[in-house]
Design a protein around this ligand. Structure first.
Ligand SMILES: [Zn+2]
Length: 253
């Protein structure tokens, strides 16, 4: 089972998908070679999903996601890097951007929302791994700025999809967390306090940062899925270190 954003599905120049735990006969469809009970199958799974989407596995590009604010541009020098596994992946990058057609980008998650930003006129696409640490460090602003500076895109043209991630229904946090996220502007407003517990609205925080970077709400679609309570998705909070990784994939054509 794969999911797609309705707004991005209307874009004829883009192929995209969010994977789940289920794909064809598999019920543990893990795409990360560094995680999960069946990590040795991850590269074969990457091939399978590329074949299914009819995108080019040879040019599939993967980064080492480090919960930082590093943004990498994928060009002819590094296209295809990392498809066979972690140590070859583009180092320390929680966002990938490319204007190359037929060059799929893939990012992985088990609770952190993955976000796609697409500029249809210039055919530039970016993926972001929006973990709480990455958004505190500025991954959203860095990605949008890099797209603007390097590809002269108009931010108003961006079409954005915010994927599944830890939801405010389940994402319990503590005072130490609140202190850490408060170092970034406005994020403490997304702490949700109830009588007995405290959670964080990570999706709300990402939408706020997207808006703060000039993207209108009408340009953004959120899947509104919590990976902790929706068991179709791998969840680090629910499954711990055994959790595999689902992926967000995008390729222009
Ligand atoms: Zn939930």
């Amino acid at each position: 089972m794969i999911l797609k954003f309705a707004n991005l599905s209307k874009c004829s120049g883009l192929i995209h998908a969010v994977t789940t735990r289920y794909f064809k006969a598999a019920d543990d469809f893990n795409l990360a070679d560094y995680a999960g009970r069946n990590n040795e199958q991850a590269i074969a799974n990457r091939r399978l999903i590329c074949e299914y989407l009819q995108i080019n596995f040879d040019r599939l590009t993967v980064a080492q996601q480090r919960h930082n604010s590093g943004v990498a541009i994928v060009d002819d020098r590094n296209a295809g890097t990392g498809k066979f596994g972690g140590e070859h992946a583009i180092p320390d990058s929680d966002a990938l951007i490319t204007e190359l057609k037929d060059t799929p980008l893939m990012m992985f998650s088990a609770d952190c929302p993955l976000v796609i930003v697409y500029e249809p006129d210039k055919s530039v696409v970016g993926l972001m791994h929006c973990s709480w640490r990455a958004i505190v460090k500025g991954i959203v602003a860095n990605t949008i700025d890099t797209m603007r500076e390097n590809f002269k895109i108009d931010v108003r043209n961006l079409i954005v999809g915010v994927g599944p991630g830890a939801g405010k229904c389940c994402y319990r946090v503590d005072e130490k967390f609140v202190e850490a996220i408060s170092t970034a502007k406005g994020l403490e407003n997304f702490v949700v306090k109830t009588k007995n517990n405290m959670t964080f609205d990570l999706h709300g925080a990402i939408l706020y940062q997207l808006s703060d970077n000039g993207i209108a709400n009408s340009q953004i679609e959120t899947m509104g899925i919590c990976t902790i309570c929706d068991e179709r998705f791998f969840s680090y909070r629910r499954e711990g270190t055994r959790a595999g990784r689902f992926a967000l994939i995008a390729s222009t054509k």
